[in-house]
Write a protein that binds this ligand. Structure first.
Ligand code: EPU
Length: 332
């Protein structure tokens, strides 16, 4: 495996900010991944997926590892379900297409999410009422501190809303993810936007759901290849009953969703829009005109400009509505 020096990371993050990596490699097998970790014990390490959920603010003085394993292996297969183990480097939507094409149900609502298989458990990607954690049975990862392979059950991954053990303790390089998928499918109405898109179709097929998700995403979310971005920049805030009531006093029409016992979710996009930031631009950074939760890059290479704009939004939302917005995207 080739280890490159002084690699420009701009093409490797969808916000297209610039930074140099001192060392950079793309292991194509589990053995190569283990080897590079064990032979570089003292280097700071960063595991890169598609770079769709992070951006750079300065050079990275260490080793960037971009896993490139892409195999799909069937682990179990019976009449009802199939379990497949997939390499971390596979592009996320290629996997969704692969599964939908074979009639394997579970991932279709997550169509077109820019991600890789290895990155999907880290932030527990989710959309249209589904989270990837519902389908994951096992994650195989290499511990960056010890160089040992560790296997995590679903429970051990400690999944939450855009959260996992791997996000909280970022010293693992995920090598494979195992998914359990169903061979039968019945569409469940979970999300208004998607229901609307499928209106008039009785018993939509997997392919019809995938196509509806793709249409909805294309309409609302910018393509990072045309307008660099990292999807939703902030998480939707979780609120207690009291916090929800306080918010409704200042902003009575805020969307509120149930999220558990004494737990409510509100829409970060709505708060940002009501703070006057939808489609607003500061220099080369702004929010997308059709979705205020997506920060977009109109031409800067400096990650610091994105940070400054994000902080301005956080301050304004806090000042007006008393809500703290927490970034979903990670800055390095
Ligand atoms: N809204 C506004 N203004 C806007 C956009 C939306 O007020 O400009 C309000 C509307 O009330 C709308 C509500 O926000 O009904 C929810 O909007 P949307 O359905 O687009 O979902 P979201 O909560 O903003 C989340 C995920 C997205 C995912 C969509 C669809 C997070 C942080 N984001 O966004 O995930 O695609 O749901 O399920 O949970 C991502 O994580 O990068 C991402 C794009």
């Amino acid at each position: 495996m080739i280890i490159k020096h002084n690699v420009q990371l701009k093409p490797y993050n969808s916000f297209r900010t610039k930074a140099l990596a001192k060392l950079f490699c793309e292991p194509a097998t589990l053995d190569e991944l283990i080897e590079v970790i064990r032979t570089h014990p003292h280097e700071k390490k960063l595991i890169l997926g598609g770079g769709f959920n992070l951006f750079f603010t300065k050079d990275f003085d260490g080793l960037v590892i971009k896993p490139a394993m892409e195999q799909v292996k069937t682990i179990t297969d019976d009449e009802q379900q199939v379990e497949i183990e997939v390499g971390a480097g596979m592009e996320w939507d290629a996997l969704v297409e692969h599964c939908v094409g074979r009639g394997y149900a579970g991932l279709e609502n997550l169509s077109l999410i820019p991600s890789t298989v290895g990155a999907c458990p880290v932030q527990n990607i989710g959309a249209y009422g589904a989270e990837v954690s519902e389908m994951i049975t096992r994650v195989k990862a290499v511990n960056l501190k010890t160089g040992e392979v560790e296997i995590f059950s679903n429970e051990e991954c400690q999944f939450g809303y855009r959260e996992s053990l791997f996000k909280r303790h970022p010293h693992y390089a995920i090598a494979t993810v195992t998914f359990r998928l169903n061979k039968s499918f019945a569409y469940q109405e979970k999300y208004a936007d998607l229901n609307r898109e499928l209106e008039g179709i009785t018993n939509p097929t997997l392919t019809q759901v995938r196509e509806a998700v793709i249409r909805t995403r294309i309409r609302k979310l910018p393509d990072y290849r045309l307008l660099p971005n990292a999807g939703s920049f902030f998480k939707n805030p979780l609120l207690s009953w009291k916090e929800k009531e306080e918010l409704l006093k200042v902003l009575p029409n805020t969307p509120i969703y149930n999220a558990g016992v004494d737990l409510f979710k509100t829409s970060a996009a709505y708060l940002i829009e009501k703070a006057g930031y939808k489609g607003l631009r500061r220099g080369q950074v702004g929010t997308y005109e059709h979705h205020s939760l997506v920060l977009v890059n109109h031409g800067t290479e400096e990650g610091q400009e994105i940070i400054a704009f994000a902080q301005e939004i956080q301050q304004e939302v806090k000042k007006r509505f008393g809500i703290t917005l927490e970034p979903e995207v990670q800055a390095y």
